[in-house]
Design a protein around this ligand. Sequence first.
Ligand SMILES: [Zn+2]
Length: 498
Amino acid sequence: MDLNPEACYRALLARDERHDGRFFTCVTTTRIYCRPVCPARPPKQENCLFVPSAAAAQELGFRPCLRCRPEKAPESWTGGAATTVNRALRSIEEGTLDLGNVADLAEQVGVGDRQLRRLFQQELGASPLAVAQTRRVLLALQLLQQTDLSMIDVALASGFQSVRRFNETFQKLYDRPPGELRRQRRRAAVQSSALTLLLPYRRPYDWEAMLRFLSERAIRGMEHVADGVYSRTIELDGAAGTLQVADAPEESALKATIEFPQLRSLPQIIARVRAMFDLNADIGAITTALSQDPVLAPLVAARPGLRVPGAWDRFELTVRAILGQHISVKGARFIAETLVAYFGAQSLKTENQALSLLFPPPARWQREEIERFRMTKARAAAIAHLAALVNGDPRYFEQLGRQASAVDQLQALPGIGQWTAQYVAMRALRASDAFPAADVGLQRALAVDGVRPTEKQLLAQAENWRPWRAYAAMHLWTSDALARPSRSRKRIAHATAT
Ligand SMILES: [Zn+2]
């Protein structure tokens, strides 16, 4: 990535938030690196070195500024989630390089070791290992600042393999132990095992639309939406907990409250929440591209911060997509609720009474059992087949998500057609160009004088929307939903009004 020093310096003088996260300023006299929005007095231009990522700054030996706090910069992955670098970044977020090596990572995303390093150098100006290391340091800094976790717990929760490594890394970076970087915090009056973290996004973020989308699909007992907060039960590596997410617009972040017994799962939980709420979207680039289209321009202007809602768990989302084939959102929710109430495991005791069930694990989805629930044999077979696949290989979706041919592979599964594969790619695999053209809602949203386009016509029209067809679909669905007020919409409006 080429950065123009003059343009960067102008952005720095203007403290222009549009550039936040797009470059970092390394100050050669202080060996500190800053965000373009840093409130400190601007350095002289001859002392500035501009780099495209925090990892690049750290690899050059600069340390994060304690005033502007690089961990608070929004991320945005250019080119959408399907590019090789972004699939690798997702894998790093999930902790691949905390234990494995770059060769493993390269193999996962289907390129050679040297090719991956070259791509990282090109886009981020840093090696994959530096990116992983920087993520750990920035997460640890955030935990030191935003929580009361002990040093051992901070090391564990930010992905360091030992407290010694954690201490060494901070000593090297800051010339002092990590404890000295802890802000004096007032202890919370009530001891709680929950952690609350701010996860930054690039403004604008349409939280209302995100919440409405999730609310219309929320499964009772497992998910809950009230007072502008989305909550759900979560399960990971055999442990269970809860997640609560709310908007914190004054911080340009979502506020995630995580209650989970295994601290070492935290990086993975954060990665999942970031994907679920589409926090890596390069929203400016998406808006600019889609605004070129006469049909989408007014929709994008009305909702410039619209994101593509993702999924907590890819298996769960795929089962829910299969249940939703050819029926309404409401119908799909009803059947999902019935099945979760019947097969769902009881979650551990949680403070939130509305959250008592976990989504049933793959082993629970036996064909003969689910056939009894108002379902065609084909659909029951599709779910049972998928469940057996994931039961035999719990990392099936993780690996699928890192492959460019994911949609084709999904479509090769029994009972998964074009619509389902594209929908799963869009929501669970974060494929920004996925587009379920067979969707009735999309066709309805584009009807002219009551005449809906065919799937083929829709696909032709959508060529203009590449590589952001998933965002185009969200804009169309949102406008279609708003044009057809339903009972559930009124109820949500009421719930968020307080
Ligand atoms: Zn700074």
